[in-house]
Write a protein that binds this ligand. Structure first.
Ligand SMILES: O=C(O)[C@@H](O)[C@H](O)[C@H](O)C(=O)CO
Length: 519
């Protein structure tokens, strides 16, 4: 579109702001913002997106334009790329473009857009649902495997927020950060939430000690600690609300201290060094460790944090059962529920919400979580399964490419094993030569091939032969061409989760029947 035409369009919008429904030349209607006699919108042109601002000439200078034209009435129109400088400029005019903390929100949901093109669809789904979206949520592992940066992740989410005109607030999570430099990196890239993965300070090996070894190790601590922990916990029962209590036997005290106290101290250090000074929203996660967090361990951790003056926004225990990536919960639902009642009571007692990690596809447990955490709220994190929804587009539109991607993933699975814990391997998954155009979609619905594909994203995207990407460009070209279809798959996938969490559906079967596409 020519600059003169854009000026005319901006003037039409000012003359008729509520009736301007976008146009077929690429002004994206939901993005239009009118502030007094200034106008801003996203323009879609030649497969690209840019920001257009029409503003008083004497104030527009903080944008970095690729093109501009002065109008006759003291106004200037600029066309800009979707860069950080321009994002900062538009956020000065519309502060809701920047992420904020989850503080005060009851239901919050982490979406983790692995590829940087899922947030628009997610925002359309979340509008009016009463759930605060954490659009940016990427682990360091994920950044490494996708070759993305935290800044890129936060920026693509932020531009989607502006583009969709989503004024209700959103968050950005520096997920599973472990080291101080990772926390600092997330903060500097604009994250408002920090998920401290305290794994390195959780001493799993203690769980393997005999009772005598455990006792000896505990009693070798300074007397000050031994006396303090015994008098605070030993043989004590803590009542939590009406339905729950936590009792500490000698073993419970000794294991809780030796496995978890170091992590309490580490979380306290991170809190004082980053969380408090930068006013961040704090989650502590222990889900990706080996030992399950028993209700006793959880109570101990929360109580010690409280003694240090810390109340996180959310905490992610390692619940009973298995929360493997991209498949449903594995374990006894009755026992899960029994323990969840106590975890929930602990969270309520100490004033935070539970966080459910690797939450994608855990449809069997959502009716339980939705019911038991209804009063206090929840935080749920998906595990980047938007990547699998993108692969559905590939399977549908180019089944041969999908077969190639599966064969590559199947043959090279060993490359990703150090990064993720999952059961799927070549022995329990279909051989690539059995996959054809008519059964290719089953790779995304059957647990084992689904897990293989889910974890191999980085290798698939970055695999090169003769210095050229083998799959990457074909993959992204198709995804861009079929963005509407991708959006539809994304929304169906997430809607299954939130319908169950919000009690709009009662069972996994019900949401599957409602949302699973038949073609
Ligand atoms: O693959 C990853 O590292 C992430 O998607 C990760 O699984 C996610 O951030 C998570 O841990 C949610 O629980």
């Amino acid at each position: 579109m020519k600059l003169e035409e854009l000026i005319e369009a901006a003037q039409n919008i000012i003359a008729n702001p509520s009736n301007f429904a976008g146009d077929d030349q690429g002004i994206y209607a939901p993005s239009i913002q009118v502030d007094r006699t200034n106008v801003y919108f996203i323009l879609h042109e030649d497969g690209k997106k840019c920001l257009v601002a029409y503003e008083d000439t004497n104030t527009i200078g903080d944008f970095d334009p690729i093109d501009s034209l002065d109008a006759e009435n003291g106004k200037t129109l600029v066309v800009t790329e979707l860069t950080k400088v321009n994002n900062d400029a538009i956020s000065r005019r519309f502060p809701w473009v920047k992420p904020i903390s989850r503080h005060g929100y009851k239901y919050t949901f982490g979406l983790g857009d692995r590829l940087g093109s899922a947030s628009n669809a997610h925002l359309r789904l979340f509008k009016g649902r009463g759930i605060f979206p954490i659009l940016a949520q990427q682990s360091i592992r994920e950044l490494l495997l996708t070759d993305r940066t935290e800044l890129d992740v936060v920026q693509s989410a932020s531009w989607a927020v502006f583009e969709e005109g989503y004024t209700d607030g959103w968050g950005a999570d520096g997920d599973h950060v472990k080291e101080p430099y990772e926390v600092e990196y997330a903060v500097e890239s604009g994250c408002t939430m920090i998920t401290l993965d305290a794994t390195k300070k959780i001493h799993n090996e203690i769980a393997d000690l005999s009772d005598e070894e455990l006792d000896a190790k505990f009693n070798a601590l300074d007397d000050e600690y031994v006396n303090r922990f015994n008098s605070a916990y030993l043989d004590k029962t803590f009542k939590l609300g009406e339905n729950a209590e936590v009792h500490f036997s000698k073993k419970d005290v000794e294991q809780s201290v030796l496995i978890f106290f170091d992590a309490v101290e580490y979380a306290t250090y991170i809190y004082h060094r980053f969380i408090k000074p930068f006013n961040l929203d704090f989650e502590i996660s222990m889900d990706e460790t080996i030992v399950p967090t028993t209700p006793g361990n959880h109570y101990f951790f929360a109580n010690e944090l409280k003694n240090n003056g810390i109340t996180p926004e959310t905490l992610a225990p390692k619940f009973y059962g298995e929360f493997q990536k991209a498949i449903d919960y594995i374990g006894d639902l009755g026992r899960f529920e029994k323990e969840y009642v106590v975890h929930e009571a602990i969270a309520e007692n100490f004033g935070y919400r539970l966080s459910i990690h690797s939450g994608s596809d855990k449809l069997s447990v959502y009716p339980i979580i939705g019911r038991l955490s209804k009063k206090n709220g929840w935080h749920v994190k998906t595990a980047g399964t938007n990547w699998l929804e993108a692969l559905r587009v590939i399977a549908k539109e180019d089944p041969k490419l999908m077969q190639e991607i599966y064969k590559y993933s199947f043959d090279n699975l060993a490359d990703v094993k150090p990064f993720y814990v999952f059961h799927a391997d070549q022995s329990n998954s279909p051989k690539p030569e059995t996959i054809n155009d008519s059964n290719v979609m089953s790779l995304l619905t059957d647990d084992n091939p689904r897990q293989i594909l889910h974890t191999m994203y980085g290798n698939v995207l970055n695999y090169q032969e003769s210095f050229k990407y083998v799959y990457r460009d074909r993959f992204f070209n198709l995804l861009k061409k079929y963005q509407d279809e991708y959006d539809d798959f994304l929304n169906r996938h997430i809607a299954e989760h939130i319908d169950l969490l919000q009690g709009k559906a009662a069972t996994k079967e019900e949401v599957k029947a409602k949302y699973e596409r038949k073609n």
